[in-house]
Every structure is written in C-alpha cells, then in structure tokens.
Design a protein around this ligand. Structure first.
Ligand code: BGC
Length: 410
C-alpha cells in the first residue's frame, strides 16, 4: 500500500448540505408536519436539530470544517404561512441566517423547495393543479426580491422526481396520491414553475447560478437480456429525462446527488414494480449498496447529456450512531477519488457537498439513519463532531484527498 494525494482545482468549492425541514424544527405549517401527525412516518420531527435557533453555533462548526459553501433550504410554509400572506418575521430571520453565513465568508447555495409545502397549498391546490405554477412563482419572486442579494447558487427544486413519484404514484409522501394522471400534471406544472423561476431570478440577477438537483444514482441491470436492457432504459428515462428534458436549456449547472448503486434484478416473485426489485446491502442502515465507481459514471453521463458544469450537491452515507465513523471516512475518500478522475478527464466539476452537516430528520425513516459529520444528541441538542468531521476538514483545508493505493506488482 502507498499513499497518494489527489489535488483538486484551485477554485473547487467544498461544502456541506442540509435542508430546512430536516434540521430547523417546529415547522408546524408544513404538509409534512401533518403527514407525521397522521402516523405516516417512523417518528415525529418535533424540534429536529433546532437549527432555527442554533444556526450561529452550527455556522461556527462550518468554519471549523473550513467549507466554502453551505447548502440549505427555505421552508416555504414559514415564509407564506397563509395563502398570499408573507411573514416578514420569517423572512427577516432567514436574512439573518444567510447574512451570518456571508459574514463568515461562506457562500450560500439555497434550495427554494426541498419537498415541503404549506398546508394551505396542499389542501387547496397541490402540484397537479395549474394554479401551482403562479403560486410557486410568486413565492420565488418574493425570495429573489427580499433575499436575492445574499444568494450565490439557487437549487430551485430538490430531486423533483422523488416527491413526484412518491407523492403521486406510490402515495408514500404527501399528498399521498396514486394517480398517474395527477402525476403527469404535477410533473408538467413543476417543470413550468421551474422555468418561470429561472426567468424571475435571471431578470434580477443576471449572473446567478440556477438549476435543480437530480437524484442521479447509478443503475445497472443484473444480466443483459432484453428485459433488463429495457428496464434500465425506462428507469433512466424516468429518473433523469422526464424532468431534465423539460428544463434542459434553462440550467446554469447540473446538480448531481449521488448515493448508491441501484442494481435492478428481475424477480418474478416480486409483486411490486412489475417484478423488478433493487438489490440491497443488509449491512447498511438504509440497505443501500455503496459503489464509488458509480460516482464517476454518473458524472460522465450527466456531462454527456447536459453539457453543463456540474455541482455535486449531495453525496453521503448513513452509519450507526457513535463518533467513530471510519466507514464514512472511507466512503468520502473513495468517492472523491472518482470525482478527481472525472475532473482529470475534462469534466467541469465546480464543487462537492457532503450530505449532511448534522444527523437529521430523514423523512419516512425519521431519526434512525444518521448521515452527519456531526452527531446529534437529540435529548440535549448537543452536537458532537465525528472522526469524519476532522478528516473532511483536512480535505477542505488542503484542497486534496489522501488515499491509500494498492501497489501494482510489476
Ligand atoms: C435528499 C435528502 C435526504 C438524503 C438521504 C436525498 O435524496 O435530498 O433530503 O436526506 O437523500 O436520504
């Protein structure tokens, strides 16, 4: 074994990612809050990480980490708790949060919609209604007017195909519908709302960087028979093309979220998903299969398809609790080694965010999988940086990753 240091480009942006609902706490006006009360999740989000009140000390952690960018989101239901009525207190509070980041020389990568909507929106409209386009655009306009001076990168929508599929086809996310017709309309409305928002942002801030994130996991089929090939093509069409082709020319970058390998197995005994299932790794808290090479494969695929610079907006792994997380350190390093190879091959990659800064509320699975560089004690709200926090800090500060290489025998 020998060590090798992989250098990253001079302006490469190192970051950490989060989302409002998963860390802020007490988002009582959100559709997800209601969803939880109906017993649809493993546990209630409650105070989450109480980031809403503790953002300053969390930003101090970001400084210790040495990141150049923080990816966070706004909770639409705080900003517009009632239809058409914007809360100046909430906007002012977000202003303080973003200004605090800027005062620490940390760039702001802001998601406008990370899966959660105000209750009134869900009850009266929903994404499947045409009115959703105007309503979302009005919210986006308000943010650009009130907070635009503090935002560097906009992620207008987070992985839209996830809430579209789970909200309108499988019924696991709000609004809990299983209706392909509604799904189709919601898809089109969301894409139109995105295009509208892209124009709104650029008409005021010509140089803003605007895009979305795609859940860009690497999918492979078990065997290469015709059924598997077709399944793989359909899966890519669904995950990337359906939304991506609708907004292709209105993206300043492509946002890639990469977590795992999805190995599609044809198993006629499986009755869901037309007899197809995804292979699982029982040793992983979410049964996800780690596959570092897939990171490079998706970067290549995303660049071939969109021909735009790429931000890796999320990459991370869940581990059990405890601060000794060597598995996470390996995960980060082997994935970054693939990012380095992709950069070397000429793909323009602007930055990498680790998901997540803190353990947080993981949607349906609540608090069990832990993704944080920092461990949360949810009883006391204390934060304990893990071993990976210090390793990632080294990477950010040195702009390089030290990896072990297996020596090749000559
Ligand atoms: C989502 C996050 C989530 C993470 C880990 C991403 O797809 O954007 O909200 O916590 O995956 O499951």
């Amino acid at each position: 074994m020998s060590k090798q240091n992989l250098k990253f480009p001079k302006n490469f942006l190192w970051g950490a990612a989060t989302s409002s609902y998963q860390i802020e706490g007490d988002n009582v006006n959100s559709d997800w809050w209601e969803w939880e009360q109906q017993g649809k999740t493993k546990d209630l989000s409650g105070q989450a990480c109480d980031y809403w009140n503790r953002y300053e000390s969390d930003h101090a952690l970001l400084c210790e980490l040495g990141v150049g960018v923080f990816r966070l989101s706004l909770e639409w239901s705080r900003i517009e708790p009632k239809e058409g009525e914007f809360s100046s207190e909430a906007i002012e509070h977000y202003r303080q949060i973003l200004a605090d980041l800027k005062s620490r020389d940390i760039k702001v990568m802001l998601t406008l919609w990370h899966w959660t909507s105000p209750i009134w929106f869900q009850e009266k409209y929903g994404w499947h209604k045409k009115a959703a386009v105007g309503i979302f655009s009005r919210y986006a306009q308000k943010i650009v007017d009130e907070l635009g001076d503090l935002i560097d990168v906009y992620v207008v929508l987070n992985e839209p195909m996830v809430p579209l599929g789970m909200g309108f086809l499988t019924g696991e996310f709000p609004p809990g519908s299983k209706n392909p017709w509604k799904f189709w309309r919601a898809l089109n409305n969301m894409a139109t709302a995105y295009r509208e928002t892209y124009r709104i942002i650029h008409s005021r801030y010509a140089n803003a960087q605007v895009g979305i994130s795609y859940l860009y996991n690497w999918y492979e089929v078990d065997g290469l028979g015709p059924i598997e090939k077709i399944a793989n093509r359909i899966s890519r069409w669904y995950r990337i093309d359906l939304f991506g082709n609708r907004i292709k020319d209105l993206q300043d970058y492509v946002g890639v979220d990469y977590y795992r390998l999805g190995k599609i197995v044809f198993d006629p005994k499986n009755h869901s998903y037309l007899g197809f299932r995804i292979e699982e790794d029982p040793s992983n808290p979410l049964r996800w299969v780690t596959y570092a090479k897939g990171m490079r494969l998706v970067l290549e695929e995303a660049y071939r398809k969109f021909e735009k610079p790429i931000y890796i907006i999320e990459n991370g792994t869940p581990t059990d609790s405890g601060i000794e997380d060597d598995g996470r350190i390996d995960f980060i390093k082997i994935h970054l080694a693939e990012v380095a190879k992709a950069i070397e091959s000429g793909i323009p990659i602007a930055g990498y965010n680790y998901w997540s800064l803190l353990d947080n509320y993981e949607w349906l699975s609540a608090y069990v999988p832990r993704f944080g560089l920092v461990e949360m004690d949810y009883e006391t709200m204390e934060r304990h940086p893990r071993k990976s926090f210090y390793e990632y800090a080294k990477i950010c500060k040195n702009n390089e990753v030290e990896i072990e290489m297996v020596d090749e025998k000559i």
